[in-house]
Write a protein that binds this ligand. Structure first.
Ligand code: GLA
Length: 428
């Protein structure tokens, strides 16, 4: 089977394959819900992180790509302050007023918390926010560790900002008076204040800044970043979904963050200049690690090692185009080893993997042509990311599906990943 046929087969959500068609599809659904066309559609991608997990809230480094799965919102500005929403994929409706924002303790459905949160924080930041009618749909699998929630927040923020700057008299795209850094931080704050997850800044940033066929090397302290061409040559990125929901993710996630903060507070007694785990070298850490409780020690060690792995991985990919064919093979193999080591650290020291994720990575690593396999995202379920030689993509799909089913009784989903561009607004 050819690669594009596999890609089509892996789109089991039923949405049109291409982004422009999906935008028209969302507009069409808007028409069906509200009786006339929308003014614009915002579209924000999910992400898969190649390496650098649980480093973002430690002010460290990450290396994600935006994927060709999006949350789309078709919207039209209203003359009043009402927000009327149709969440197509769960066939749910919700309505609120911007002047009396409902608190999330009320009966507001979970998906609406993101929209209420974005509207609330935009208003608190002094931005103009208008009422809208909107239809929300998408194909980022929910709760699968591919950042469906960041895609929803980013798409929502662009929707409110765009609606507020649409004048109705001009064909040109309105200028949004907010930069991407500010927008990413605002969407991150929605998770903190309205969802209860003390997440980092990676997901929102890549959803905004993703570029086709490029990974984003992001410094999560300064938000300085560099787009690195993904010279994977004859290899592809395959994402395998355990289909295990990340039930523990929110509470355990916040606990991991607290452990890292505790580690820093203790280590500051000997290393007063440090602000986060990103400031400590492995050599310094080894001098003082015995001062930490065992659990804190494991958590901190993982983060410090992971930051080093990201820097190594980026260095490897950056020089590939300068290398001979033999050297590029070697460097990709090195990249794969770093991914495997990352997973092992997440499993053994950070303890955010789960049996299903480990089963998937073990299966993948035993297939010739797979150079690296690791869990991606917060963990406790969700997805693995794999770098697979194109010649074995079909074998990979067949073997992973069969073996995973044999071990767990679950049929996994496998997506072949096109590295996509970041969030956009489409006008009609
Ligand atoms: C979730 C969070 C991110 C990041 C990852 C783990 O996706 O939203 O901020 O911490 O987990 O790397």
């Amino acid at each position: 089977m050819k690669k594009d046929v596999l890609r089509e087969a892996s789109n089991n959500i039923g949405f049109p394959e291409n982004r422009t068609q999906r935008v028209s599809f969302t507009n069409q659904k808007f028409k069906e819900t509200f009786g006339s066309p929308s003014e614009f559609v915002t579209s924000a991608p999910g992400r898969v992180n190649l390496i650098g997990e649980h480093t973002d809230y430690n002010e460290g480094y990450v290396f994600p790509v935006a994927i060709d799965k999006h949350v789309n919102i078709a919207a039209r500005k209203r003359p009043d302050r009402r927000v009327r929403l149709h969440a197509l994929d769960v066939n749910d409706f919700y309505e609120f007023c911007l002047d009396t924002l409902p608190s999330i303790q009320q009966d507001a459905p979970a998906w609406s918390h993101y929209l209420i949160g974005v509207a609330s924080l935009l208003q608190a930041a002094g931005k103009k926010v208008s009422g809208i009618d909107a239809v929300i749909t998408g194909d980022v699998p929910i709760g699968a560790g591919l950042s469906s929630s960041a895609a929803l927040s980013v798409s929502t923020a662009l929707t409110f900002l765009t609606a507020s700057s649409v004048s109705g008299t001009s064909d040109s795209a309105p200028q949004l008076e907010i930069d991407n850094k500010e927008l990413a931080r605002l969407c991150q704050q929605v998770e903190h204040e309205f969802v209860g997850v003390k997440c980092g800044i990676m997901d929102q940033t890549i959803s905004l800044l993703g570029q086709e066929n490029q990974a984003l090397f992001l410094d999560c302290r300064s938000l300085e970043h560099e787009h690195i061409p993904l010279n994977l040559a004859t290899h592809s990125i395959a994402i395998c979904n355990t289909k295990v929901k990340r039930e523990l993710a929110a509470s355990e996630y916040n606990k991991r963050r607290a452990e890292c903060e505790k580690g820093i507070a203790i280590l500051q007694q000997w290393l007063p200049g440090i602000r986060s785990l990103r400031d400590i070298t492995l050599t310094d850490f080894k001098k003082y690690e015995e001062e930490l409780p065992t659990l804190t020690q494991k958590r901190c060690r993982y983060v410090i090692e992971e930051n080093t792995r990201v820097l190594d991985a980026v260095a490897v990919l950056k020089t590939r185009h300068l290398q001979t064919a033999e050297e590029t093979d070697e460097s990709l193999i090195h990249f794969g080893r770093l991914m495997n080591a990352s997973h092992n650290g997440l499993r053994d020291d950070y303890e955010v993997s789960c049996r299903e994720l480990d089963v998937l990575t073990d299966i993948a690593r035993n297939i010739t042509g797979v150079i690296g396999s690791r869990m991606t995202g917060a963990g406790f379920g969700g997805c693995t990311v794999n770098i697979v030689h194109e010649d074995v993509l079909e074998t990979f799909q067949t073997l992973v599906a069969a073996e995973y089913y044999k071990h767990t009784g679950i049929e996994p989903e496998i997506y072949l990943c096109n590295v996509s561009g970041g969030a956009q607004v489409f006008f009609f």
